[in-house]
Design a protein around this ligand. Structure first.
Ligand SMILES: Cc1ncc(COP(=O)(O)O)c(C=O)c1O
Length: 282
């Protein structure tokens, strides 16, 4: 087993997805000695095999520096484990959190830079502590799955209030709660037809019964956007369907795999019958 260590490092796109800071639900703190205490307890259990340390600093991290700080702190702990217990732990898992761009021009983590610098830092810190270099693991999640997915919405209605244009679509916070949860911004675009009409700022909203059901505010779409149009939202392959809910009985969307002009249904659309099937009744 690995011990999940909280190294006391603030990194990540939003407070709700920062998991490397002290005094929160994840992991065992390095700062207050909880991690060291847990290591001693695990080593005292003959049926448990401790093979290393783990951390996950958070999500949407766009800089390499926090990972380097984590390496230094965790190698410091590996050195203390060896001093106190005479054991050299062979594994170090740095978690994931590699940030991706949701909007054009947004920063993303340079994963090649991450690989080079983390390995150099690990080698340097281990050499300074007289430790062998442990087996290094990383857990990329969104960086792989996120850019692989695009969500498609059908426009249901367009409403102009004078100060805003609201473009309502056939999904919303039940298939993607992230904008409402922690203000994630997306870049929807019109697909399926060309428009020569200049773009104008619009708010893309969902069909759920909350005014906060906003998928993207202040984005630009052609001024003739109308019911029946299709909107595509890139970078929807992670934390989208997996966070979907049954809110307002809208039903979870299908998932279609597309490659080289071929499409295959992977997950079918959730129907009212699916929802009713679980309802046992009075
Ligand atoms: C322990 C652990 N590893 C990896 C990940 C993947 O994170 P991301 O998708 O931000 O790369 C998570 C996400 O919560 C996690 O909790």
């Amino acid at each position: 087993m690995l011990i999940r260590v909280v190294p006391g490092i603030a990194a990540g796109g939003h407070a709700k997805i920062r998991t490397g800071t002290d005094d929160q639900k994840f992991g065992l703190s390095l700062t207050d000695g909880s991690a060291q205490h847990a290591i001693t307890r695990v080593l005292g259990q003959p049926r448990l095999e401790l093979v290393g340390l783990h951390c996950h600093l958070g999500s949407q991290i766009t800089a390499v520096k926090p990972y380097l700080s984590a390496v230094r702190r965790l190698v410091g702990l590996l050195a203390r484990v060896r001093e106190q217990h005479g054991i050299t732990l062979p594994e170090l898992d740095l978690g994931g959190g590699h940030g991706v761009a949701y909007l054009p021009g947004e920063p993303a983590l340079d994963v090649v830079g991450l690989a080079t610098k983390v390995r150099a830092e690990l080698a340097g810190s281990c050499a300074a502590a007289g430790l062998p270099v442990p087996r290094l693991a990383v857990e990329p999640g969104r960086a792989i799955a996120g850019p692989a997915g695009v969500v498609l919405y059908r426009v249901l209605s367009v409403k102009r209030t004078g100060s805003h244009t609201f473009v309502a679509v056939d999904g919303g916070m039940s298939d993607n709660p992230r904008p409402a949860l922690y203000g994630v911004r997306y870049a929807p675009r019109l697909v399926g037809r060309r428009s020569a009409v200049p773009t104008e700022p619009v708010t893309v909203v969902g069909r759920h019964c909350e005014a906060g059901d906003i998928l993207a505010s202040d984005v630009h779409l052609p001024g003739d956007v109308r019911p029946g149009d299709l909107l595509a939202v890139p970078v929807a392959g992670a934390y989208h369907l997996s966070m979907a809910s049954g809110y307002n009985l809208v039903g979870r969307p299908p998932v279609v795999a597309v490659t080289s002009g071929h499409a295959r249904l992977l997950v079918r659309r959730e129907s009212l019958a699916d929802i009713q099937e679980r309802d046992i009744g009075l």
